[in-house]
Design a protein around this ligand. Structure first.
Ligand code: NOJ
Length: 809
């Protein structure tokens, strides 16, 4: 079964059957104003922060057929009443002649035909603006003139998204609406909780004369709310009640009579949902966006942003599914994770329990510094603001208030209040930014540490470099009985929560990778003392890892507080962990023999045809001594599930040992685009990576969940572009070191790097997986495989011939 197709030329995925297994969504705007729109027109929109300033009430747990946050109704006279239907299919579920949801870059366009009426609605947030536009075009495709009414509707939530669900007394007493009569019969329906009446109002308006409106849900649905969203009784009346809600569940519905539409004729209504300090403040831009030309221009600006963003890296490989992911959907998902971290999706509900994650955002940044380096730098700075003076980091923060907390570690009495890995990721993010931009001055920028005095003034400040050094020093001193780093509450795997004193091999290897980065940086800065010091730290940890953690055929993953290994053949469950093997290769701690042996163990014990499992065998039963992982049944999420975020790390490790065929096999088997024609078992969107797929120990092997907001986006993009295709930014220039399937004849990449455009053509005449024989830039041979920095805005032709000896990195 398939539900749609990829339209690469228009950079869209087009859903043609609305009955997808779960809602498939798309993001509009940014965290500053925006959210997501589902494929049947439901919308969750927020301004600045989903927990503290949410605008529409979208309840993902309701059945897919229900109204969620917004919809559009059309109606025409039928008998004594009206035929009312939604061109979004939901919530009226009328039979359609055509349904298409175009999932575009920053917009969703729903095109449908019902009862001789073609509707095309483009939903988007103009760049940098605080309004959701629904640009509605109605065409009469019947052979008779038709009189059509158009009624867009939104339902509001209290801005405090959690309170909306926890206090059904205070909330309805405070929610109010009023109408503002604007020129030309247009109306602005204003809504606010009483306390924000003078400071922060939501508004809903259009560019068409409104004959009546409704702001009270009970009146709109009718019959004391025994009317339904599928058949709102209010729409059976010639006009809505023009009621300005004094309390209760507030909505905004605007009734427009389009009058008679001739066969073939189109009429256009543009609705706007926004938030401002006051109507007066909102008016200038509201009026601007009533003008069709301004809306068209804003839509073109959005397209231009995406043209520019995507142009930074385009590929042409022999694999069409890889091409469409790398050219469109994967970098797009990276932009979304950069904006929303793990905050707002169908699965991560943005109610405040989570916020922007320190480790999550640090990893997200790594994939977008090549596209939008300034935004990357700003996000890195925010993260550094929540690093503590001892070098460790707070786990997550609220982007509006910048208040941070220790995440789930707060929930367990007596548990360590830090995560062993969080702070180390910043070294990877900062160096990724520096290699891309060479803005070395960033290292001298002074940023406070998180701790504040009574007045809320930061107690200590340090340069970016100082922050990185403290991150390293924290781990260097935070060691357990084998001299390996302590786990803290958890490391990257949130769900293994061992008693204080446990050691983490993941942290040891991440520390190793962070050290490699800082050594490379220090070498570039010619800081010999730092190079020596950090190299000594590195050697020390490498030795400990190899002395204590090699289990014979793979590396162990943890030692608990009394020194018992987890992720060892001596265990009956959780014998081997994927991260336990990929990371010693990435850190360079694994010897060449151990690297290939450990990766072969992954292939034998963890690989399935739908992806690599995080660990095996799964735990079967709750064990408070292991923690969250044992709350899942075998095969789900971190407990033996295919946790996609960890797959690209194995891919990267395979490219390091030079096995391009296996790296690509791993890449392809999790490519969602390749699942389009058999998506029923997977269920989630084929145009983005999900976080998890049920593993083969689960009866529903192959079922995906938690799409969109996952570190998979960033790492699979890095794995594919920097490690498989091998186009890697370095301080000296652009390194080209592919590791591809041997049967590829080659591939092409266009990469913008430090303002020059490199048109790279890689040829693989000897059909090797790895190894570069020759590189020519504009026809001239260069030494080595690093194309020097030519950042002068010009375009260069780079020809790369693979073959010969495999070059180890
Ligand atoms: C999802 C979390 O957002 C991420 O921080 C964590 O590393 C993974 N789960 C694995 O537990």
């Amino acid at each position: 079964m398939k539900y749609g197709y990829f339209d690469d030329a228009n950079r869209e995925y087009v859903i043609t059957n609305p009955r997808t297994p779960v809602k498939w969504i798309n993001y509009v705007g940014t965290l500053a104003f925006g959210g997501f729109v589902d494929h049947t027109g439901g919308a969750l929109i927020c301004k600045g922060d989903p927990a503290l300033n949410r605008i529409t009430k979208y309840i993902p747990q309701l059945p897919d057929s229900d109204f969620k946050g917004s919809t559009l109704y059309l109606r025409f006279r039928q008998g004594n009443g009206y035929k009312v239907f939604s061109p979004y299919f939901v919530p009226t579920l009328d039979p359609y002649d055509l349904y298409e949801c175009h999932v575009g870059l920053g917009y969703t366009r729903i095109v449908s035909e019902f009862y001789g009426i073609r509707t095309e609605v483009t939903i988007f947030v103009p760049m940098g603006d605080s309004r959701l536009i629904s640009d509605i075009k109605i065409t009469n495709v019947s052979d008779q003139p038709m009189e059509i009414d158009v009624i867009p509707v939104v339902e509001y939530t209290h801005p405090d998204a959690l309170k909306q669900f926890t206090n059904a007394d205070w909330i309805p007493q405070t929610m109010q609406s009023e109408v503002y009569e604007d020129e030309g019969g247009m109306k602005i329906l204003v809504q606010y909780p009483f306390m924000y009446r003078e400071t922060r109002i939501n508004y809903f308006t259009s560019n068409y004369a409104v004959s009546s409106f409704e702001s009270d849900r009970e009146r709109f649905l009718g019959g004391s709310e025994y009317g339904t969203w599928a058949n709102p009784l209010g729409l059976q009346e010639p006009e809505l009640s023009n009621y300005e809600a004094l309390r209760g569940d507030n909505i905004a519905a605007l009734l427009h009579h389009l009058g008679e539409i001739q066969p073939g004729e189109t009429k256009r209504v543009i609705a706007q949902l926004g938030q401002e300090e006051s109507v007066e403040k909102a008016l200038p831009l509201v009026r601007k966006y009533r003008d069709e030309e301004n809306v068209d221009r804003a839509f073109r600006d959005l397209a231009r942003f995406w043209d520019d963003y995507l142009s930074k890296l385009q590929v042409e490989t022999p694999d069409p599914d890889m091409n469409r992911m790398l050219n469109i959907h994967n970098p797009r998902q990276c932009y979304i994770t950069k904006n929303w971290s793990r905050y707002l999706s169908l699965y991560q509900l943005g109610l405040g329990a989570r916020g922007m994650g320190f480790r999550d955002s640090a990893q997200d940044v790594m994939a977008i510094v090549s596209h939008i380096p300034d935004e990357g730098r700003e996000l890195i700075k925010k993260l550094l603001h929540i690093q503590k003076r001892d070098g460790s980091a707070m786990h997550q923060f609220n982007p509006l208030t910048m208040v941070a907390d220790e995440g789930d570690s707060r929930e367990i009495e007596g548990a360590p209040r830090y995560y062993g890995d969080d702070h180390l990721w910043i070294a990877l993010a900062v160096t990724a930014y520096l290699k891309e931009t060479r803005e070395i001055a960033f290292l001298d920028e002074v940023i406070p540490y998180y701790e504040k005095d009574k007045e809320g003034i930061p107690i200590e400040w340090g340069t970016v470099y100082d922050h990185m050094e403290r991150a390293i020093e924290f781990t260097r001193h935070d060691l357990g009985r084998h001299g390996l780093p302590l786990l803290g509450f958890a490391d990257w795997n949130d769900t293994v929560n061992l008693k204080a004193g446990a050691e983490s091999l993941f942290v040891a290897n991440l520390y190793g990778k962070a050290l490699l980065e800082i050594i490379e940086l220090a070498r570039h800065l010619r800081e010999t003392e730092s190079v020596e010091r950090y190299s000594a730290y590195y050697a020390e940890m490498k030795e400990r890892v190899n002395e204590h953690a090699w289990d014979g055929e793979w590396y162990v993953r943890y030692f608990d507080a009394d020194g018992t290994p987890l992720g060892s053949r001596s265990n009956t469950e959780g014998q081997i962990y994927a991260n336990g093997q990929s990371w010693p290769v990435i850190s360079g701690f694994a010897t060449p023999e151990r690297a290939t042996r450990a990766l072969d163990s992954v292939y034998q014990k963890l690989n399935t045809r739908k992806g690599i499992k995080l660990s095996a065998p799964a735990y079967n039963g709750f064990d408070p001594n292991k923690g969250g992982i044992t709350t899942y049944p075998p095969g789900a999420k971190e407990n033996g599930g295919i946790f996609l975020h960890a797959n690209p790390w194995v891919i990267i490790a395979e490219t390091i040992v030079g096995r391009g065929d296996r790296a690509f096999e791993y890449y392809s088997q999790i490519n969602p685009a390749a699942k389009n024609d058999r998506i029923d078992e997977f269920e989630c969107e084929p145009y983005v990576y999900p976080q998890n797929i049920l593993g083969d120990e689960h009866p529903q092997f192959g079922l995906a969940r938690n799409s969109w907001l996952t570190g998979t986006a960033s790492w699979i993009y890095q794995a594919a572009t920097q490690h498989i295709l091998g186009i890697m930014p370095t301080y000296e220039g652009l390194q080209i070191n592919p590791c591809i399937p041997a049967n590829w004849d080659g591939f092409r990449v266009t990469r913008v790097f430090r303002s020059a455009v490199y048109q790279i053509e890689v040829k693989n005449p000897d059909h090797v997986c790895k190894g570069v024989k020759a590189v020519k830039v504009d026809g001239k041979k260069i030494t080595g495989n690093i194309v020097p920095i030519l950042g002068d805005g010009k375009t260069y032709r780079v020809e790369v011939i693979m073959g010969g000896e495999v070059q180890e990195r």
